[in-house]
Design a protein around this ligand. Structure first.
Ligand SMILES: [Zn+2]
Length: 289
């Protein structure tokens, strides 16, 4: 599953190649790609034709095109969705689901998705230019609307495992399993500690680590993709070598040398250092929401 840095890499690539261009027409292959668009595939293609791409925006893991007049197109990447900018003469990909042609006859935008969990949907944009369907998602740690002090207060006010709170998209969006584990390792906090028991400076530090680790991943991802190939390939492959905790079970902690442990948490795996991130001694309250 792509996380915030991977989606931001795609956003920047898209902005470089489609910003300011006018859509001539959109061709859909099959119906699955439009299944999230309630009014149906015909409505989707009818309303896209003639629209100019005014902005390419992102909040957390959500990516959308601002088409002006309060209309947006959400690009759900799912597990394996890719957006490719290609010459019209390039052969069709096996899993091509949508093709955008532009009025300038320049390169096409193609949506390719091997596992078909992704798709396209039009949405009304609110006064801040955010699709109404995702307005409940909180700003992410890298956008100007992020209010650090407010998020610290919200985290402090929750009686839940801190990792669960970090993953809660209504608190701050865009932190997924990988970057939550990395931030917790850097802050030396076990993910099952109760958020309300952490001090506000500690919570602030943890959020800063989360923002920092995502910025670092972005720095690496930003240099790894071909100019004409905007790509998302699942979980941050290019950042793997920089991970200190996630996926590192059994390898020595880079800080103290103790083997990193793997634990089950929220139906997923959590990775942490047993020495730098001791488990909470007693669970005061249930770790539920
Ligand atoms: Zn350690």
């Amino acid at each position: 599953m792509p996380e915030l840095p991977e989606v931001e890499v795609v956003r920047r690539g898209l902005a470089d190649h489609v910003l300011g261009r006018t859509v001539a027409d959109v061709e859909l292959r099959g119906l699955r790609v439009a299944r999230r668009h309630v009014a149906g595939p015909q409505d989707l293609t009818d309303r896209l034709g003639g629209r100019r791409i005014e902005a390419v925006r992102r909040r957390g893991k959500y990516l959308w095109l601002d088409l002006g007049d309060g209309l947006g197109l959400i690009l759900h990447l799912g597990m394996s969705g890719q957006l490719l900018v290609e010459d019209a003469a390039a052969p069709d990909e096996k899993h091509l689901h949508a093709r955008f042609r532009f009025a300038d006859d320049g390169p096409e935008l193609r949506f390719v998705d091997q596992r078909t969990f992704g798709g396209l949907a039009l949405a009304d944009l609110d006064a801040h230019g955010v699709p109404a369907t995702i307005a409940h998602i909180a700003p992410d740690l890298l956008e100007p609307a992020y209010d650090r002090a407010a998020v610290v207060r919200r985290v402090k006010g929750k009686d839940s495992a801190i990792k669960r709170v970090l993953l809660d998209q209504t608190v701050a969006s865009g932190i997924g399993n990988i970057y939550a584990d990395e931030a917790l390792w850097r802050a030396q906090v076990h993910g099952e500690r109760v958020s309300s028991a952490l001090t506000k400076p500690r919570i602030g530090e943890l959020l800063d680590h989360a923002a920092e680790v995502m910025r670092e991943a972005l720095g690496e991802g930003g240099t790894s993709f071909d100019a004409l190939y905007v790509n998302v390939n699942g979980a941050s492959g290019y950042f793997d070598r920089s991970l200190a905790a996630y996926g590192q079970a059994g390898r020595p902690c880079r800080r103290c040398g103790t083997p990193i442990r793997r634990e089950h948490f929220m139906n997923r795996s959590s990775f942490s250092c047993p020495r730098c991130q001791p488990r909470p001694r007693a669970v005061r309250a249930s770790a539920g929401p």
